[in-house]
Design a protein. Structure first.
Length: 283
């Protein structure tokens, strides 16, 4: 307070010319700050709202994944499966790396492959001596896109209503006693999939994840769903991610009870399972 009083006293005693120069300097600095602030605000690339509306899930190095606290449908043998979501990627993964969007260790995965910035799927069918895999659909950045993984004992994918399964339906996807993960790292058998490289944590935004026990879309083109995904007789998990940004839990709207948890908010009873899983992934 004393320093401010001395400043005012000096300001009052200076000459009129000096006072004008002083005010001019302050004004110039203020204008410079306003221009700089405006440039920063205009330069910021705000993420546009999801086509589904509502809130969205952000994944980065801090909030690295969300997942179920227990095995996801461990005893089911799916003749068909569809995993779909709206995603927004600011920058694709680097060459030689890939990100898991949705996946379950030992059963299936939907990935973003950094080698050609494409979407890809992998899966394991009962009795198959090689993995089910498909890829090649380019994924645009800085846009919301609808992505789909399709399984019918073959694998396929789709981006914004274009894609489909390659061929040869029949059989079942194998069982898995692992949790379902969105983002993060989901282990795969590198000998049964062509998505090789370092599996890193996804960085981007995800909204409206739905998993169905049928092949929901038939290629080569289909109508992209608008608005929030809905539950029907084929929906086995659905997450809207409309909870508060600080929420650690995201409700499964299908009624099957497979709520998702942030890694740091996982229930205490699941911590032992989670530690074991991540220890295996890091080997």
């Amino acid at each position: 307070m004393k320093k401010f009083t001395n400043f005012l006293a000096q300001y009052v005693t200076v000459s009129g010319i000096a006072r004008k120069r002083f005010l001019k300097t302050i004004f110039q600095q203020l204008v410079t700050c306003i221009i700089l602030l405006t440039w920063i605000l205009l330069s910021a690339k705000a993420v546009p709202p999801s086509p589904a509306g509502g809130r969205m899930l952000r994944l980065d190095e801090t909030h690295d994944f969300v997942g179920t606290s227990e095995a996801w449908f461990p005893d089911e043998q799916f003749e068909g499966l569809t995993a779909e979501a709206w995603i927004y990627i600011e920058e694709p993964p680097e060459f030689g790396t890939f990100w898991t969007i949705i996946g379950q260790e030992g059963r299936f995965g939907l990935v973003l492959y950094g080698n050609k910035d494409t979407l890809g799927t992998w899966g394991y069918a009962e009795g198959a001596d090689h993995g089910l895999s498909a890829g090649g659909d380019p994924l645009p950045t800085r846009k919301w896109v609808h992505v789909v993984a399709l399984y019918d004992a073959s694998a396929g994918d789709g981006v914004n209503g274009k894609g489909g399964n390659a061929c040869c339906p029949g059989g079942h996807l194998i069982r898995s006693d692992k949790p379902l993960r969105i983002g993060g790292i989901v282990a795969q058998n590198v000998n049964k999939s062509h998505f090789k490289g370092e599996n890193l944590k996804l960085r981007g935004y995800i909204d409206e994840v739905r998993i169905s026990n049928i092949v929901r879309y038939k290629g080569p083109e289909w109508k992209v769903p608008r608005g929030k995904f809905t539950v029907d007789e084929h929906t086995i998990s659905l997450w809207h991610f409309d909870e508060a940004p600080w929420s650690g839990r995201f409700k499964d709207e299908s009624g099957n009870g497979y709520d998702l948890w942030r890694s740091e908010a996982m229930p205490v009873e699941a911590q032992g399972k989670l530690t074991t899983t991540w220890a295996k992934l890091k080997r």
